[in-house]
Design a binder for this molecule. Sequence first.
Ligand code: ATP
Ligand code: MG
Length: 300
Amino acid sequence: TGAPRDRLRIAIQKSGRLSEPARALLASCGLSWRESRDRLFCYGETLPIDLLLVRDDDIPGLIADGVCDLGIVGRNVLLEQAGERAANGRAEAFREWRPLGFGGCRLMLAVPDGWDWRGPAQLAGRRIATSYPALLSNWLQEQGIAAQVVTLSGSVEIAPRLGQADLICDLVSSGATLAANQLRPVQTLLESEAVLAGPARDFEAERAELAEMLLRRLDGALRVRHSKLLLFQAPRRLLPQLLSLLPDAESPTVMRLDQGEDDLALQALCHGAVTWQRLEELKRAGARGLMVLPVEGMLA
Ligand code: ATP
Ligand code: MG
């Protein structure tokens, strides 16, 4: 569509749950932007990668139309719109490229508190309110259940009290909203999180290299996201015991010290949480000079 672009364009949510973590993740890949006054378009400074700030619901369509190359959006939105396209006989136009590890939630069925839930068969003939009609319809079909899908664009959780539906199918994270509306989650339809979405096929040639570089950086950033570099010294004979306390360490590096025949220095990339408690355990096991460093990036 339109003239060939040599800059990459990424759509992210303008304001909402995913906006800040999406920006932070892209910034950790070395991107930075000059913000325009309307704040809908951010011009990439360090790399020819621009941002488009939009409503999350628009992101799959922007990719499908080729207006944007990539987007950061909930898997729930991406799969709902993919389901809708498929139901209308349209070709697959976008897909999940990477799970991003934030914005976690579940698409769940929730029933009024008084219900005695005995499984999906109980749903036959019921009215279910949801903003995810395609995902819900597909699930009902897989289960072989005929129920009525009531599509609402928002405030799904009050539908049972208003008499619009018998139960709901909605996103749940803490469950507090459901509880406040006397609803109880009973069945998960989808485990969701923010994902990097992109075209179903490969990138346009002029932007393929740039996209590949971004993906490599993103993989590096995701890989070390919760990782820490742990440094310490210890006598050689205590090494096996110390290493047994580091099951989440990626092949630790062991170095000889300049002085002290028997002392070694260790360097280990830990993928699990490095808590004070773990440091104290290592110290009790004979480690000295423990130091924990944040890891900003990694290129495999
Ligand atoms: P927009 O104005 O962009 O349309 P929105 O109101 O549709 O925003 P948000 O409420 O910001 O969207 O949610 C964005 C995404 O965050 C959801 O699609 C979902 O993937 C994820 N999410 C995580 N936890 C929750 C939750 N408890 N409720 C709703 N969405 C959640
Ligand atoms: Mg939305």
